[in-house]
Structure formats: structure tokens, C-alpha cells
Ligand binder design. Structure first.
Ligand SMILES: *Cc1c(COP(=O)(O)O)cnc(C)c1O
Ligand SMILES: [Zn+2]
Length: 419
């Protein structure tokens, strides 16, 4: 499967594989198009993938690079950038039991180099940016993308500029600045940051804004999450995917990933049902779903799920399409439900996620409670970021037992506890 063009999602006009993201004819978004794959032997293709590197480049045949994969001569060197992917898919029986379900899997994509799934999209966008001759990496970020771009630029030896809303969690700012990037905190929300970056990307010729002028390549990186899930489930699809929605890119590309592989019979199973997760405090896609609309009304975000706080989601309409076409839904949960979602996941699986993952876990819990999930279904919960990034969300949610350093003090505090 070779990338052949950038294609408008609306009017299907094709463009060369350059740094371009919007259709000149109709202003629709552009997506990477591929030649029809020519697969004779599914077993051989599976073996080729399994024999590939332990990162997203094992799926290089389905990604839009001319060189196949970056730094392929030295598999895990940073010559090709910081390797992302190959994160654990964990069968979460205690979580399933708590929810009255039989088969729940947690895809822990916090287990990436900068602790969120953004390392996948940045890997692909930055590799393509290098091919196209860009010399500086940049992004408009709700936090995790800044993290991933800063680290990737450090690995590649490129200068970088990351633009974030100035009210971001301190943990995310610290974990980004450490890589030696230029952190630009914009006094405004993500949509203001994005507007500024769109303007800058038209002026700075050598700059690759991974999610602006490189967006079609960036988006392809998310497909690898679907490929991995299918490979880890023994070359089959799950029945249901529960995943978060910010711009809606990840959500729609998960579907694209499964569909591409189903088409060539690389995997078995039907198209999964897609449930999207948003916060009540930033719910443009969930709201449109509820109203039966096929467009999103922009909102001003106000939620602890800051990594999902995009008030004007570029891929909102396509996320709605995926949810409806698969008999799924797009849900919204309150900040308190998000906090409880973080604790639910942590206490039943040992996986500590950030507020985006809390949103997703809370959404799964809500669907299970409503009886919207058949107990026999194979469900995958997509956890996209690490709890250490949003520690405030769990502050004061449990007691710390402070005692004197004596046996008696311990006994007094824990009288009656199991011996
Ligand atoms: C960016 C992000 C998402 C969703 O991103 P999309 O814009 O919808 O692709 C989900 N979770 C986390 C933790 C993120 O950083
Ligand atoms: Zn168009």
C-alpha cells in the first residue's frame, strides 16, 4: 500500500503529497490516499509485520513515508526519531467484573516515550516533515502534543516551538520545557492557540506544524493504534472501542485503521462499534450527537480534561459519522465522573491515567450501567495519557495515614486491619 496523494474528504480533489491540509476548492480537510493494496498472502504479510521493529514502523507499509520507515538501518536508534508504539493491551478482568462485563481490554497508550498516544502522530508527522525538508518542528497543543513534539525534536536534533494555552497543568509544562524546546504559552484557550499557529504556518516556511500544515500525515499516525489492537487480539477486531475525542482525529483514524485491514482480510471480525468520550465542560461533538446534527457548534471549554479541551473540533463531523455508522454514540461525563473514572481504572487495573483517560473510563462505566453493552462483547478501552500529567485531579481523593515512627502508632492507626 503506497501513499499516492492528499485527497479532499469532501470533494475528492487530489493534491501532491506535500505540506498541505485544506482543499483549495471547497476548504474540506485533506487525507492521505493510498493505492489499492496488493496482498496475495495474508500470512506472509502478518509475518512481515511481526518481524518488524517493536514500534509503529512495523506498520510502515500502511504509513505515508517515501522512505518506508525512518532510520531503518538502525532499528531502535534515535536517527529516525523517538520510537513510539507497541504499548500493552491488558485484559482487565477486575474492571470487567466491576462493570458487569466479561471481556474488557485496556490499551495503555500512556506507555509511550512521552506518556501519551501523541508520540505516534508526532513520529509520522516529523518523519514526513524531514522528508519534505522542514527544519523546525512546531505545534498547537492542549498539552500532550507539546510534550511529544519537544521530545521528538530533541531526538532528531531539530529546533522546536510549542504553543500551548497558558492555563495548562504545570506538570505538562515542566515535562515539555525540559527537552530544550521554546515553550510559548498563549493567553487564550486551545482554539486561540490553533488560530495563531494557522497564521504562523503561512508565514514560517521552514516550520512544520505537525497538526496544522502536516495534519494529514499526523492523523495517519493514529491508525497504528488500531493496527496494534488488532494484532494484539490475534489479528481480529474488538466488538467495541471506547475512545476519547478532542479534535476527533484519533477516533476517526482508529476506524480507518480497522477498515483498511479488514478490507485486505489481514484481520477477521466486523467493524467495531465506536463510543466517543467527551467532558461536559467541552462537549461539542457529544452535544451534536445528542441533537442528531451532523455539524458541531463551537463551545468555550471549561473542564479538568484539558487534553480534550478543543471547543471547535476539526474532525467533529467525521467522528459523528463513525459513531452513527457503527451504531455507537458520543457521550459526555462531568468532571466528578472523570475523577471517579481515574480512580476506577487505577483501583481495578493498576493503570493510572490522566483526565482524558478518566473521561474514557467514566464513559465505559456509564455505558455499562445503562446496559448499552452486551456482557459478552469484547470491549477495548483506549487510555491515551498518563496520570502523572494531571495529578491535581486526584488530590485529596484518598487519605494518607501519617504516624509516629513506632509500632504502637501503626497498630493504633490500623487496629482491626487484616494481619
Ligand atoms: C490529543 C489527545 C486526545 C485526542 O485527540 P484528537 O484530537 O481527538 O485526536 C486524547 N487523549 C489525550 C490524552 C490526548 O492528548
Ligand atoms: Zn474539496
Amino acid at each position: 500500500m503506497a501513499a499516492t496523494a492528499l485527497k479532499c474528504r469532501e470533494c475528492k480533489t487530489e493534491y501532491a503529497l506535500e505540506a498541505r491540509y485544506v482543499c483549495e476548492r471547497c476548504f474540506g480537510p485533506l487525507e492521505v490516499a493510498y493505492s489499492a493494496p496488493d496482498v496475495h498472502d495474508v500470512g506472509e504479510l502478518r509475518r512481515k509485520i511481526q518481524g518488524g521493529p517493536q514500534n509503529i514502523w512495523r506498520y510502515a507499509d500502511f504509513l505515508p513515508l517515501e522512505s518506508g520507515q525512518p532510520g531503518s538501518a538502525s532499528r531502535n536508534s534515535t536517527a529516525g526519531g523517538l520510537p513510539a508504539g507497541c504499548t500493552p493491551l491488558i485484559r482487565a478482568d477486575r474492571l470487567a467484573e466491576r462493570l458487569g462485563l466479561r471481556e474488557v481490554w485496556v490499551k495503555n497508550d500512556a506507555a509511550n516515550p512521552t506518556h501519551s498516544f501523541k508520540d505516534r502522530v508526532v513520529s509520522v508527522a516529523s518523519a514526513r516533515a524531514k522528508e519534505l525538508g522542514f527544519t523546525t518542528l512546531a505545534c498547537a497543543s492542549t498539552g500532550n502534543l507539546a510534550n511529544a513534539v519537544a521530545a521528538q525534536a530533541a531526538a532528531l536534533g531539530l529546533p522546536s516551538y510549542v504553543f500551548i494555552p497558558s492555563n495548562l497543568e504545570e506538570q505538562k509544562i515542566l515535562a515539555t520545557g525540559v527537552y530544550g524546546t521554546n515553550v510559548v504559552a498563549v493567553k487564550g484557550n486551545y482554539d486561540d492557540v490553533n488560530r495563531l499557529c494557522v497564521e504562523l504556518s503561512g508565514e514560517r516556511e521552514g516550520w512544520a506544524f505537525v497538526n496544522v500544515n502536516m495534519r494529514p500525515y499526523y492523523a495517519e499516525g493514529s491508525k497504528t493504534l488500531a493496527y496494534e489492537i488488532a494484532e494484539q487480539l490475534g489479528w481480529s477486531t474488538p466488538d467495541r472501542i471506547v475512545a476519547p475525542i478532542a479534535s476527533g482525529s484519533l477516533f476517526t483514524k482508529l476506524d480507518k485503521g480497522f477498515e483498511e485491514w479488514r478490507e485486505i482480510n489481514l484481520i477477521s471480525g466486523s467493524r467495531p462499534t465506536f463510543n466517543g468520550a467527551q467532558a461536559v465542560g467541552c462537549n461539542p461533538v457529544a452535544h451534536a450527537f445528542e441533537l442528531g446534527r451532523d455539524f458541531c457548534q463551537p463551545v468555550k471549554p471549561d473542564t479538568i480534561a484539558k487534553s480534550l479541551a478543543i471547543g471547535n473540533p476539526a474532525d467533529g463531523p467525521y467522528a459523528l459519522e463513525v459513531a452513527r455508522a457503527t451504531n455507537g454514540s458520543i457521550e459526555q461525563v462531568t468532571d466528578d465522573e472523570i475523577r471517579r473514572g481515574i480512580r476506577l481504572l487505577a483501583e481495578t487495573t493498576g493503570v493510572f491515567t490522566e483526565t482524558a483517560g478518566g473521561t474514557t473510563a467514566a464513559t465505559l462505566a456509564k455505558l455499562a450501567e445503562q446496559g448499552a453493552i452486551d456482557p459478552g462483547e469484547r470491549v477495548v478501552l483506549v487510555i491515551t495519557g498518563d496520570g502523572l500529567k494531571t495529578l491535581d485531579a486526584v488530590r485529596d481523593s484518598f487519605a494518607v495515614h501519617t504516624i509516629e515512627p513506632t509500632y504502637e502508632a501503626f497498630e493504633a492507626e490500623f487496629a482491626g486491619a487484616a494481619v
